[in-house]
Design a protein around this ligand. Structure first.
Ligand SMILES: [Zn+2]
Length: 61
């Protein structure tokens, strides 16, 4: 059975062109905010901001 057309992801995966919003390193994580907008983080800055992102209800990919 094929249902490939039902739930295609709206977002492209992170690429080498995606950079951390804080330091400009290669982004490892995209955090989508429930209010709209998204932030990109490298591993270091994701760890630094993870608690805050969870608090805001961000969806982390
Ligand atoms: Zn960073």
């Amino acid at each position: 059975m094929s249902d490939t057309a039902t739930t295609a992801p709206a977002k492209a995966p992170l690429t080498a062109a995606d950079r951390c919003d804080r330091c400009g390193a290669a982004a490892k994580v995209r955090a989508t905010l429930p209010a709209g907008g998204e932030l990109l983080f490298c591993g270091h800055h994701y760890n630094a901001h993870e608690a805050r992102l969870v608090e805001m209800g961000a969806i982390v990919e």
